[in-house]
Design a protein around this ligand. Sequence first.
Ligand code: NOJ
Ligand code: CA
Length: 707
Amino acid sequence: MKKSSFLMFTSLMILILSCNLRTFKDTLTLASPGGSNKISFLISPEGKPIYFVDHLSVRIIDSSEISFDFANQEMLKGSINIIGSELSTVDESWEMPWGEQRKVRNNYNEMIIRLEENRMPNRKFNIIFRAYDDGIAFRYEFLEQKGIDSVIIKDENTTFQLTGDHTCWWIPGDWDIYEHLYKTTPVSGIDAKKMADSRDLAQTYIPENAVNTPITMRTQNGLHLSFHEAALLDYSDMTLKVDTQSLKLTSKLVGSDRLGYAVKRALPFKTPWRTIQIADNAAGLIDSKLILNLNEPSKIKDMSWFKPMKYVGIWWEMHIDKASWDYGMTLDQSGAWVDTGKAHGRHGATTKNAKYYIDFASKNDIKGLLVEGWNTGWERWFGFDDREGVFDFVTPYPDYDLEEVIKYARSKGVEIMMHHETSSAPRTYESQLDTAYRLMQKLGIHAVKTGYVGKILPKGEYHHGQWMVNHYQKVFETAAKYQIAVNVHEPIKATGIRRTFPNAISREGLRGQEFNAWASDGGNPPEHLSIVAFTRMLAGPIDFTPGVFDIGIKTKPKNQVNTTLAHQLALYVVLYSPVQMACDLPENYEGQPAFQFIRDVGVDWEQTRVLNGEIGDFVTIAREEKGTGNWFIGGITDEQPREITIDFDFLEEGINYTAILYSDSSEAHYKKNPTAITIKKMNVTKGMDQKIILKEGGGFAISMLKN
Ligand code: NOJ
Ligand code: CA
């Protein structure tokens, strides 16, 4: 990345108006720059802070209270006065080092409201509201107080009073994992606790009828809302408790049973932003850059060492039981892994196998190779209580010559993506972070996939609590020092941190492709990703690992991927990530004409256009590749077949593209005939349109290479 493109302000206008308000009963209002969204704030007669939100003339959040429960002081709830407010406007644009689009406009009006208790202990705090044309956000600022140096938050009670029983797409407010199927119900039908028994997960904890964010809703009038948070740093994940009677959502912070509270912070500090994206149609939610804009500009000056890439991996073969992560060693009495000479011979991460993948990648212009199961410890990685000290992030198994693999990969123009499965023993990982990253630096490796399978150690901590939020952040920040980009599995959810730390490249945090290999519930249904595009994907890049060609999964007769082959191709465009896996085995790609699409498709984008979409039904996205001007389009449907028309009006005038359309054949069906695909060459120019039939569980992909 060029230095000049790191952060570019095209214009920056800040206007600060200070006023001391004496008429405390007044309602303060803040409208977005284009006037579409308006936030109002007032103090109730009982002295309680209250806000509500309008979109044009429609009330979307009715009067909603705000309060905090503390462990070390009285609740902060009533007897509050407004002692001042400040307004400001920002209109700037900045450049993403990698992303869905090059330039992002950040245009909002801000109102800081200064509040004070009118009784002892006269605590002061601020609420900062921002109104954007694509949504609203607010956060709390805790100020320095006499005699109090920190706050211990038992719960934050930010409420969102909905104005209707909207249709919503939700996953439960699990404190430990986001890997649940989305449910579609009215708000009044949310029953998250029913989902606590997911048998395929090594961790799950759903203590309340709460949902996790982003949760997306559609009102009866077709307005689309998505509730989430931005800049989740040194705080715990906000789930939303659902009152199915009054249709009120209340923030419920993920707690720590070990420590007995949710958040402890030294004063002063600011909480993460509470956000609502607001769009007139579903596509508008994907266009919104609100979450990113609420994060601070990049703290990493030079990101030129990271290049978005496609990658293959010694990975799927373990999930489909063709190979294993472990080699078959035992722990000796001193706690060291020893080779008993009785390895079972199914180990996937061998030097030989790595070379096979490297040859395949190199031949197909795929720049990365992930190797899982390369290091000692996998014999005890999962299902054991005692996981501390088990994984070693520098010692390869005897049949994996790390240096030789790196040398061979380099000679073929392929980079290794390192793999660190922590088995949710973050203290073990932290104790080895520098050593592990130093080794990577020495080997010239710039990306790592991390994993956190299982219950967190120590017991009483959860993946989504403050203690783990800080762990994940420490990993990003330490990795940045070694020029390492991190792709986290079993992560804390994305909240736009990638703007500030662009080495936070991708995350899982959803039911990924792997569930199709082994889930006992039949895998992800065909509608899964047409919901994910409007929920999980609003948070940030997804390492879903698309590209299964052996849809029936030969080694697993009881499992299959519930999409057509064309749907798998479409995912390279529909789902955004700067690292996109071609997850199937090389032998399943060999000789397949459809693989040409994976070879051609870009991974870094100049611009993105969401061409159509309805949540849970279908979505089509077009993206222009950075640097080449080539366009790629992907569209997917749920279990329903449909016909859609692509209008190529978004293209630039006068340019001809040689296009290849990969679509479901007339006999294609995700269950009956998933691999039936039709591949057709075309010429495309602005002004044309193209009718495409998507079959049950199907999709299509188009590559458009500029002539
Ligand atoms: C779960 C991850 O999601 C998966 O991709 C990985 O292969 C396993 N953990 C092992 O680390
Ligand atoms: Ca996972």
